[in-house]
Design a protein around this ligand. Structure first.
Ligand SMILES: Cc1ncc(COP(=O)(O)O)c(C=O)c1O
Ligand SMILES: N[C@@H](CCCC[NH3+])C(=O)O
Length: 428
């Protein structure tokens, strides 16, 4: 679905002109398309329709209450990684009984809170954690539903910082030790083994690592079902999106030539790849997509403050920085840049698009051939709906940006721009 398109010479989100948004609410600003989020959720849900399944949206990708509410109303479950995320889900009207709790370092307070709220499953990442949950649950007179996260030692072929399924990654229980972990946990009085989980990494652009992981782990899932009566197998999230031109009408010529290789992993291809093996299991299949649901549903708007010509380069300095969108600095992430006012001709120049932060790594693009957008104009960084706002910080004492949700021709502020007073409110 193309939620961001040029209409009458200006970039729109659904039927709302992004120039108007920038003028009314200022920049930097995150803008999300509600209908794109829903479309992605429904497409994934439909692709898995032939098996018993549940989508557990990965809250970390975009945890705005309005986004969570939208998905909760669709019936989504939620994959959380902290007590804070569970708190958000509940505030947004989500059902704790549809929540799974991942993460290698759950604290006592988080475990107690999740037990009080009655979450569906703790996705346990070590035997030590299982033993601790057993103690906490016992003290509370409860039985904790748990699944182990298995680390299948499969190469997800993604950026090394977001690969999670290799033995050298900190996540999950080593494939070699997993059966022993279930055997020992089955002796614990205050936990109940109800599932098995894995997640091999994020931003996967090919289906083969998913297939490899499912084929490797399915026999284990079948065995655990037979031995301990587990009811679910979660295959995690990780479906990648296209970060290169997502915007059909803004695709440069070179895109067409490369389109074949850079084709996104479609959700239908993903489902066709993993379904055959999963169908045989007769288990409830859980999915934990984050980026696929929200990534292409959001942009970040920023205004050009200065153009600075050096002997080596031309720098366009914009009013958003790596504190607002850290993906380029952290993972060499690519977010396509398009001017909100549609460029009339072909006046591309080579430039670095940089932010105001005192860090050399504070850039959105380097040596990029981009339309020569003028000072004062607004540009959009595409595909910023996932891991954009949620990874933003107050570095350099910069207030957090505003977030806006568009639905048809309506735009609504779903998080106010932070004020400096709010920013320092908790400090003594
Ligand atoms: C356990 C777990 N589940 C789901 C996700 C969501 O990943 P993605 O946004 O790539 O779908 C992550 C993040 O990589 C994760 O760590
Ligand atoms: N934050 C990463 C993805 C990590 C997902 C969490 N395991 C990104 O922006 O691409």
């Amino acid at each position: 679905m193309h939620s961001f398109e040029y209409k009458n010479g200006s970039l729109h989100c659904e039927d709302v002109n992004l120039q108007d948004i920038a003028e009314q609410y200022g920049t930097p600003a995150y803008v999300y398309s509600a209908n794109t989020i829903l479309d992605h959720y429904r497409r994934l849900d439909a692709a898995l329709a032939e098996i018993d399944h549940c989508v557990e949206y990965a809250v970390k990708a975009n945890s705005n209450l309005s986004v969570l509410r939208l998905l909760a109303e669709e019936g989504s479950g939620f994959d959380i990684v902290s007590g804070g995320e569970l708190f958000r889900v509940i505030k947004a009207g989500g059902d704790p009984k549809k929540c799974t709790f991942a993460g290698v370092g759950k604290t006592r307070a988080e475990i107690e809170y999740a037990l009080e709220q009655g979450i569906y499953s703790f996705n346990v990442e070590s035997e030590e954690e299982a033993a601790f949950i057993n103690v906490v649950a016992g003290e509370m007179g409860k039985v904790a539903p748990i699944a182990f996260r298995v680390n299948p030692n499969v190469d997800a072929k993604t950026h090394k910082y977001i690969s999670t399924g290799k033995s050298e990654n900190k996540f999950g229980v080593d494939f070699a030790y997993i059966e022993a972990a279930y055997e020992r946990a089955s002796q614990l009085e205050n936990v109940k083994l109800i599932g098995l989980q894995m997640h091999i990494g994020s931003q996967l652009t090919s289906v083969s690592p998913f297939i490899e992981a499912v084929e490797k782990v399915s026999p284990l899932a079948a065995k655990l079902k037979a031995t301990y009566g587990i009811e679910f197998f979660s295959i995690g999230g990780g479906v990648g999106i296209v970060y290169d031109p997502a915007l059909e009408s803004a695709k440069p010529e070179w895109w067409a030539a490369q389109e074949e290789e850079q084709r996104p992993l479609t959700i239908e291809e993903y489902a066709a790849g993993v379904l055959p093996k999963l169908k045989e299991l007769g288990l409830k299949i859980l999915l934990e997509p984050g980026r696929y649901i929200v990534g292409n549903a959001g942009v970040m708007l920023t205004q050009c403050l200065y153009e600075k010509k050096g002997s080596a380069k031309t720098f366009k300095v914009v009013d958003a920085g790596m504190n607002d969108l850290i993906r380029p600095a952290l993972y060499e992430g690519h977010h396509e840049i398009v001017p909100v006012a549609q460029p009339a001709g072909d006046d591309n120049i080579k430039m670095d698009v940089v932010g105001p932060i005192c860090e050399t790594g504070d850039f959105f693009m380097q040596n990029a051939e981009l339309p020569n957008f003028p000072v004062g104009s607004v540009i959009a960084l595409l595909s910023s709906g996932a891991y954009g706002f949620t990874m933003a910080s107050n570095y350099n004492t910069r207030p957090m940006p505003v977030e806006i949700m568009v639905d048809g021709d309506q735009a609504k502020v779903i998080r106010k721009r932070q004020s400096l007073d709010d920013l320092i409110a908790a400090e003594l």
